[in-house]
Design a protein around this ligand. Structure first.
Ligand SMILES: [Zn+2]
Length: 465
């Protein structure tokens, strides 16, 4: 068997790993690179392997850094199937359509400027036709079912507890009575996340490909502490008729926040407060969440059967039209507005910030990682004047950050995941982490299991196993 790493190797985005056996070429994930525009564009156009040569693709989950280059495969003649869980198939379809739209409008914006400078036009690396072509190749599987991909190769999906439909993927290859098993963790979630079941214990494997996003970090803030902080914020909003503006990713994080606020209401810790979810993608994603109760944990299943819809409540409002979104600008609080993008780089959140940021009664709440150079990062860093739509805007609203909401396993969880594999695998490849994270986790694994072969692959490297 050969393993090659084409992305998310000593970095986080562009997850793409290839398993080759004498009879098959299986691609694990086909993610989009994100980061500096030109470098990312090149990595997204050139996959590093020939799409036509692939037998099949196995997708761990729908996040764009894992699924976002799938349409490029269709564009270049890939004609196999893309296997994933059923929930992932539904989520990936709407997220890829959204990604195509964003690319088309980004390119139109860049081209407008480039044409003025007499430069060549950029083209999206895929469009909505490519998205349609690849979604026709999607095959939804149930968790833990063994899929026969070829006479000697089977694959199965195991709950990863990261986002709806997320899975660790196990590939089993048998030849001359010998079986080799590869387990790819995908992105690992954490126990006790709202909505989702806890990650399945890892099945036995010979080779583990493990994510390392938080390889040198432990998550802060216990659940009870976060609840107290949210309680205080909502009481503040009530007393000062303020708006709580929450930039959040439309898929996963938004639904999680709704469930967390509902929980506070159910526990009578807060009075209901109007929540506006202002993102068409979040509305579409929530519809997918409703269609997949098989992914819920026990608590969410109970809510689902009690009121028919875990995401509905008289105080929760989905905002779809632009007019309704604009109406929120003039409205007075108290209310919570959840909108995207999560790092304030575009989308409707910018309008909400523009209208709310100069009022000291308002609060901007961050619930996720803010990358360098983004507006979100500037706000988290406490800048007093920030650019919104290119206009320097004074910030008077309070900024609050919640650190404990990550959907990723931390260092402690990752080490526990390896410990739970019985018997221990022979080789562990660490992927999906910045170099510093991967190296630190690698050293910790090696110290705990001296006999284990721990490797941190470089992008483009191939390993015989
Ligand atoms: Zn993910």
């Amino acid at each position: 068997m050969k393993l090659s790493f084409y992305g998310a190797a000593r970095s986080v985005t562009g997850s793409r790993h290839l398993i080759e056996t004498p009879t098959s070429r299986l691609l694990l994930d086909c993610g989009m690179f994100q980061g500096r525009r030109e470098e990312a564009a090149r990595q997204n156009r050139e996959l590093g392997f020939e799409p036509k040569s692939l037998s099949a693709v196995l997708l761990s989950h729908a996040h764009i850094d894992h699924s976002g280059a799938l349409p490029v495969l269709a564009k270049h003649g890939f004609s196999g199937k893309v296997h994933m869980t059923r929930a992932s198939a539904d989520l990936a379809a709407i997220m890829l359509q959204d990604a195509a739209r964003i690319q088309e409008s980004d390119c139109a914006y860049v081209n407008k400027k480039e044409r003025r400078r007499g430069m060549q036009c950029v083209r999206p690396f895929f469009d909505s036709d490519d998205v349609e072509a690849i979604t026709r190749r999607f095959a939804g599987a149930r968790y833990r079912d063994a899929l026969k991909l070829e006479p000697r190769v089977t694959a199965s999906f195991h709950d990863a507890g990261h986002i709806l439909g997320s899975a660790a993927i196990r590939v089993k290859y048998t030849a001359r009575g010998n079986t080799t098993t590869v387990l790819f963790s995908g992105d690992l979630g954490r126990a006790n996340m709202p909505i989702l079941r806890d990650p399945d214990p890892p099945p036995p494997c010979d080779i583990l490909i493990l994510e390392s996003t938080y390889g040198d970090r432990l998550h802060e803030q216990a659940a009870e502490e976060m609840k107290k902080k949210a309680e205080a914020l909502i009481s503040h909003a009530r007393a000062h008729k303020s708006k709580i503006i929450v930039p959040a990713f439309a898929v996963g994080r938004t639904q999680e926040l709704v469930m967390r606020i509902k929980e506070l209401v159910t526990e009578s810790r807060i009075e209901p407060i109007p929540i506006y979810i202002d993102s068409p993608l979040a509305a579409r994603a929530t519809a997918v969440f409703r269609q997949h109760p098989e992914c819920y944990d026990e608590e969410t299943s109970k809510t689902f059967s009690a009121d028919g819809d875990p995401f509905a409540s008289r105080y929760i409002h989905f905002v779809s039209t632009v007019e309704d979104s604009k109406r929120l600008n003039a409205m007075r609080g108290p209310c919570v507005i959840i909108s995207s993008s999560g790092m304030c780089e575009g989308g409707r959140i910018l309008h909400h910030l523009k209208h709310a940021i100069q009022d000291e009664a308002n609060v901007i709440v961050f619930v996720g990682f803010q990358a360098e150079h983004t507006l979100g990062r500037k706000l988290v860093e406490g800048w007093d004047v920030v650019p919104i739509f290119g206009v320097p805007t004074p910030r008077r609203a309070q900024v609050v950050k919640f650190n404990g909401l990550s959907a990723h396993a931390d260092r402690h969880d990752l080490l526990a995941y390896i410990r739970a594999i019985d018997p221990l695998p022979g080789i562990v490849f660490l992927v999906h982490g910045e170099e510093k994270q991967a190296l630190s986790l690698g050293a910790a694994i090696q110290a705990e299991h001296p006999a284990l072969d721990v490797r941190i692959p470089h992008r483009g490297s191939t390993h015989d196993v």
